[in-house]
Write a protein that binds this ligand. Structure first.
Ligand code: KPL
Length: 312
């Protein structure tokens, strides 16, 4: 098995960014693409265009169609959108084995539990979360907007060790670390995504709008509900979540949230793995979260109306 090669499933903004980081760290990288059409687009683009600090680089990983490859996947980074994980993983299941090291780097929570039956027993599974700000100008073309932090840690009830994230832990240009209690970081990121993503997607606004004083009335009840769930989960938070959400909305003010981008391009959103996860956990814990439940339902309707009307 080629244990040194890093396979990246999902060549969106984060997947492609991490492919660049692993290549910069000296690892061979192969992008696992979903179709012959995306492979053709990749071949035409001649690599990944990566704009960082106003300089453009072309970085050249290898690429192949995910389902038609046969080489075993020793190191796999999963960076597809949460809702695509089952179908993407099913397409490469025949290439996984108990010695595979699998890293999930996505928004949302609960994905590993959802795809558990597709993972080989005993495989090492690591979860990651990132605040790297990268946007996609087009297929295989990225703009690095701001340097964030990327953290990895073991998935619950699975063997996980820092070696699985090695290609990214020491990558130049990436601020990355290992946190044995990654759950705290995942919950805090989830809470921020619950606060910012559905509101921006429903209002059709950039993140910065939520930093304005008159948006506090909207963010506040969403964050208060999340605080009760986090407390019940034993997750500490240093400052009120509404303050954290406003600060993040301000820092990323010019961004369109990933959920707004999905709505605008008619794609399925990650709502079920973000607000849906919070609402499910709250129900299991007996905590009422009416504002988040409202947003979940409103987003489901918004998403269905986009699917119905391609011009929406
Ligand atoms: O993670 C994000 C997202 O858009 O998914 C935030 C932090 C809200 C930045 O846009």
């Amino acid at each position: 098995m080629d244990v040194e090669r890093v396979y990246v499933l999902g060549a969106g903004a984060i997947g492609a960014r991490m492919a660049v980081a692993a290549l910069d760290a000296g690892w061979p990288v192969t992008l696992l693409l979903k179709s012959a059409e995306s492979l053709r687009t990749f071949e035409r683009s001649n690599g990944i265009e990566f704009d960082v600090a106003r300089e453009q680089r072309i970085v050249r990983p290898d690429a192949e169609i995910a389902h038609s490859g046969t080489a075993p996947l020793g190191r796999l980074l999963i960076a597809v959108k949460a809702q695509q994980t089952r179908s993407a993983l099913s397409s490469i299941r025949h290439r996984l084995s108990p010695s595979s090291r699998i890293v999930f780097l996505q928004n949302g929570m609960g994905v590993v539990e959802w795809v558990e039956d597709l993972l080989p027993p005993g495989a090492t599974v690591v979860l990651g979360t990132t605040t790297e700000a990268v946007w996609r100008r087009g297929p295989f073309s990225l703009v690095h907007a701001a340097r964030g932090e990327t953290w990895f840690g073991p998935a619950p009830d699975r063997p996980g060790d820092p070696d699985s994230a090695q290609p990214l832990l020491n990558a130049p240009g990436l601020k990355a670390g290992w946190d044995p209690d990654i759950r705290e970081r995942l919950w805090l990121k989830l809470a921020m995504n619950c606060a910012i993503n559905p509101l921006t997607a429903l209002l059709g606004c950039r993140n910065g709008v939520l930093a304005a004083a008159d948006s506090a009335a909207l963010l506040d009840p969403i964050c208060r509900e999340a605080e009760i769930v986090l407390t019940a989960e034993g997750i500490p938070y240093a400052t009120p979540l509404v303050d954290q959400a406003r600060a993040l909305a301000c820092e990323t003010g010019a961004n369109r949230s990933s959920m707004l981008q999905d709505v605008l391009t008619g794609r399925q959103t990650e709502i079920e793995h973000i607000t849906g996860y919070l609402v499910d956990r709250a129900a299991q814990l007996g905590i009422p979260v009416p504002f988040n439940a409202f947003l979940l339902q409103a987003m489901r309707i918004r998403q269905a109306s986009v699917a119905d009307d391609p011009s929406a």
